[in-house]
Design a binder for this molecule. Structure first.
Ligand SMILES: [Zn+2]
Length: 311
């Protein structure tokens, strides 16, 4: 990792650093946020992996809740690394922890889970996909360890949109109380719950509030997997692993909502619709937008967790 980093630093990083400085000047950073932008380059930053067992045990027993991002290693187009969703989960959980802290809620972050399930992109080299049932079993085992550590509650934050992946998380959550003695809650939104066939009113979900309806007609093309949004987030928080000279060359992929339905089937469907492995328009990516979107998303999740804790 260190050597890769140095090589990346020697390249086109200067432009990204300049853009990042602008972003920082415009948006006040929390300590946790700043650590992600300029501090230790590690997905363990701010998680229990960087703590000792007495410290984790004491805080869990004092009532801290656990937060766990569940992501994957999968292709993210020709400019972003395979770990994009896992980096994203690391950022999100770190920001959620800071937002909860501001509300007076103590939490600890479990390192982001990287071995997820991905039907749609497994046709590409580098995507690592496990069977959803393996994902569920592993999560239940980790719940047992969290219970042994003293946690009473764990909030799961999905970091990847695949339906099978999210259903695996939901199934683990449903087994947590009986098999692991811990309350697990899936932080999600009504649209995703509905897409995977789960009632949004399910008591084991903590739903983020739906945003205001978009002004004007819906956009012709979707900005989903590896689009403007994800590129913006990575340029904001992990610019060193993005091929910044390639991003401006990735123009609108032209994936309509109808095509997205086929794209999710995987295999040749995915290859035909996104031959380069991205949707949306990465050339429009902007780290300032990425920072604002990440902070807003984390705030929404912290609000959902705070509301769930009051139930
Ligand atoms: Zn992604």
């Amino acid at each position: 990792m260190g050597r890769t980093l140095k090589i990346a630093l020697a390249g086109t990083i200067l432009a990204g650093v300049a853009a990042l400085s602008t972003a920082q000047a415009q948006t006040p950073l929390s300590a946790a946020d700043a650590a992600g932008a300029n501090g230790p380059y590690s997905v363990f930053t701010g998680t229990i992996a960087d703590m000792t067992w007495p410290d984790v045990g004491a805080q869990a027993k004092a009532g801290a809740v656990a937060i766990w991002g569940i992501a994957v290693i999968e292709e993210h187009g020709p400019a972003m690394p395979l770990g994009t969703d896992t980096y994203g989960a690391a950022v999100t959980t770190r920001l959620v922890k800071a937002d909860l802290e501001a509300k007076g809620i103590k939490s600890l972050v479990v390192p982001a889970f990287a071995w997820g399930a991905s039907d749609s992109t497994s046709v590409f080299p580098g995507t690592l996909s496990v069977r959803p049932e393996i994902l569920t079993e592993l999560m239940v085992d980790v719940f047992k360890s969290l219970n042994n550590t003293g946690f009473k509650t764990v909030y799961l934050i999905p970091g990847h949109g695949d339906a099978g992946h999210n259903m695996a998380i939901y199934k683990a959550v449903k087994r947590s109380a009986k098999e692991a003695g811990i309350k697990a809650v899936m932080v999600t939104n009504a649209a995703l719950a509905t897409r995977i066939g789960v009632d949004p009113k399910d008591p084991d979900l903590a739903l983020t509030a739906a945003g205001p309806p978009p002004a004007g007609p819906p956009p012709e093309f979707i900005d989903g997997h590896s689009g403007t949004g994800e590129h913006s987030n990575m340029l904001a928080y992990y610019p060193k692993v993005v091929k910044q000279d390639v991003v401006p060359t990735l123009k609108q992929a032209g994936v309509t909502p109808a095509k997205l339905v086929d794209w999710r089937k995987g295999g040749q469907f995915t290859l035909d619709i996104t031959p380069q492995g991205y949707t949306g328009d990465p050339s429009k990516a902007d780290p300032v937008r990425g920072r604002a979107a990440s902070l807003a998303a984390a705030q929404g999740m912290a609000d959902a967790i705070a509301a769930n804790l009051k139930k």
